[in-house]
Design a protein around this ligand. Sequence first.
Ligand code: BG6
Length: 486
Amino acid sequence: MAALILFGGGGDLAMRMLLPSLYFLEHDGLLPEGLKIIGAARSEETPDEYVAKVHAAVKARAETDRLWDEQSWSRMKARLDYLAVDATSADSLKGLKAKVGDDAVTSFLAVSPSLYARIVTAMKAAGLAERNARIVLEKPVGRDLKSFLEIDDAVAHAFREDQVFRIDHYLGKETVQNLIALRFGNTIFEPLWNNLTIDHVQITIGETVGVGDRWPYYDEYGALRDMLQNHMLQLLCLVAMEPPSDLDPDSVRNEKVKVLRSLRPITPDEAERVTVRGQYVAGVSEGKPVKGYDEERGEDSDTETFVAIRADIDNWRWAGVPFFMRTGKRLPEKRTEIVIQFKPVPHSIFDRDDRGEVQANRMVIELQPEEDISLTVMNKRPGLSQRMQLQPIKMSLSWGVDGKGDAPPRRRIAYERLLLDAMAGDSTLFVRRDEAEQAWRWVDEVAEAWAESGQKPHEYVAGTWGPDAADMLVARTGRDWNTADA
Ligand code: BG6
């Protein structure tokens, strides 16, 4: 038998993401037979009270997706249990151990990372870190390389590396996995996937939300540590890595870590040229007036809510190909995309003054709001015009046009996939220790350069695409950021 323990089981992540994910898996008949789901948190409540809270959270979410049904819920309810614990105390955790006995236990730490080290130590003492146990750690693990290593050393004292699952929920997104299929399941892209054909790569994660009441956490981390150190660098790795020999966790992660090691360090002198940090001031977001970050927080802060960086990967494949990354809160759209911008044709045989000028091919891997991979190619504009006219045509590479592929599935919560994989012991879509370590090493240099410069973040008005300096970062190289309708 198996058990899933959700530490922080009554918290925001559990209620908004993890428990709805488990409900959807239950609905689709994908949860392991006999699996128990145990919420564990400080709050002194009975299992019935906990189940009532889970019911409300899960039902609200499932109804939005039109997937609520009482049978699925009653199956899930039968698995649920709750125990009030102090997770940092081995004595307190013994009660939990008594509940799971010798079951294979997967424990998900959906609590503040500052508690991770103490919790894993207590888990080991309470017998919750046995050979068949697994632990899932939500990001961010640490706030810099030093704190990451401190936490991770405590984890390594309690668990072997193959028992540790460091989550980056971006890796659970369908299109991210589709990118692997596209690159390595076809022969036609890989020969082009290099500096001979690709001009540059852009990765954008735009969010319309502000920081809101998350600021106690956010103010300590900022966009660099909250988004770039993990989600954005993971996407960069999947675009840039060499073909792994198979899909084994280590084969894939060996390739990703090589990319991280090849990232050109950003020195304090370089930082001003290749990085931009911004913070939103009052503006209009989705048609409504919104406050600036400092006003929400109630005092002045130098934390960035926007970051744009030019990364260079110093290896044969990518020499000379800039990777531009940007992410921010209070941007005009919730949009996540990777743009592969190919080089223009070396010589155009078509009239330059014509409306049909040759545009360079562009592949857009869109994760949000839609999930799709599209390729823009040039095509002849139909008709009898004497002069050949061209037009760009956007082709979807994900769902096809012949209607023979599977229909686009329901948009799943990324955690559905990751919870299943962690329980099955497959760590391909999780972050290995050396990956996180390299990512922190690179990000630390940026953070240190910013601290040394003493400069405040550039202001940008809420509802815009960040400070002008972010446009300049790209424009300086003769390029520009992709816009949704380009
Ligand atoms: C989280 C960050 O990891 O990702 C949040 O902590 C951010 O600040 C969120 O809002 C974005 O995730 P998604 O899947 O909505 O793009």
